[in-house]
Design a protein around this ligand. Structure first.
Ligand SMILES: [Zn+2]
Length: 300
């Protein structure tokens, strides 16, 4: 099914809601200043281009998933309540995800699943079951392209909207949050997410369960310093396999859930609209203000 285009008014609202981070504003100013300088004095082009190149290098250095210099990103839950957010990427997987759901039920835990759109389209009943059990379903692109962070804004928006449409078509609810493949964020991603009405979510800690076959090490990475507000990342799709055995996430999850309960914490799905990540996220340098929640998020 083709992506349902956002209404023109919604697009404008989304774009108007975008507040560039201080670094993005400075970068835009530097580009404009360099162009003006070269127009006024063509001989200064080596210096102007060097400044632009240095700026691009700095922007590239800020693409780390948890870096807030390019715009707001949720890395911890807001508030001091004794709760954590469990998040699972790359599903749904018809073999692993149902077992993850049963384990979560056994511990009274809730989670958020960042699903791949084309997988969601193949397993709509599984998505509906996730919602029925009280979990959240979020957007992790349509095809999980590993070069996503290098794409232009138009291509990123089409990929995200295609996933939004596939997920909404599969389960009847559109995601509110987005996580790019490998978490890598493009300097151009923030305005794209404003247009799509989505909030960027990273994590506090990840266990590398998608690449590590060692459940003990994955558990140690996830539970080291476990505390209120943590956002933990695991994978219910494409998770590394032990030798032999089930997915690493499935091996780790019972012990992780026991540690969460033992620490007096509850595992919840990502926060409701009034705690929108775009409003409560890690801000830019020196506590720069985060963008307001897009209308599409705030209205949910
Ligand atoms: Zn992924």
């Amino acid at each position: 099914m083709p992506p349902a285009p956002l209404a023109a008014a919604g697009r404008w609202r989304g774009l108007l809601a975008w507040t560039p981070s201080p670094l993005i504003r400075a970068s835009l100013g530097l580009h404009a200043g360099s162009l003006l300088a070269m127009a006024a004095e063509p001989g200064c082009w080596p210096g102007a281009l060097s400044a632009v190149a240095a700026n691009h290098l700095a922007l590239t250095g800020c693409m780390h998933p948890r870096n807030g210099l390019l715009g707001p990103v949720l890395t911890r839950l807001p508030g001091a309540e004794p709760r954590i957010a469990l998040t699972f990427d790359d599903g749904p997987d018809p073999e692993v995800t149902p077992r993850v759901l049963d384990l979560l039920d056994a511990w009274g835990a809730r989670a958020s699943f960042f699903v791949i759109g084309e997988r969601a389209a193949r397993h709509p009943a599984l998505l509906r079951e996730m919602l029925r059990r009280g979990h959240g379903i979020e957007n992790h692109t349509h095809r999980h392209p590993l070069g996503f962070a290098a794409w232009g804004p138009g291509a990123m928006l089409r990929e995200i909207e295609t996933a939004q449409a596939a997920i909404a078509d599969a389960c009847g609810e559109a995601p509110r949050c987005f996580r790019p493949p490998a978490g890598l964020r493009s300097p151009l991603l923030d305005p794209v997410l404003s247009l799509a009405g989505l909030s960027l979510v990273a994590w506090t800690r990840r266990g590398y369960d998608a690449v590590s076959p060692h459940p003990g090490r994955v558990l140690a990475r996830l539970s080291r310093g476990l505390g209120p507000g943590d956002v933990l990342l695991l994978h219910d799709g494409r998770s590394a396999r032990g030798y032999p055995g089930p997915s690493v996430a499935l091996e780790v999850l019972p012990a992780l859930l026991a540690r969460i309960a033992g620490a007096g914490l509850s595992a919840v799905a990502l926060p409701p609209a009034e705690e929108a990540p775009r409003a409560a996220a890690t801000a830019g340098p020196a506590g720069a203000a985060a963008s307001p929640a897009p209308a599409a998020y705030a209205s949910r």
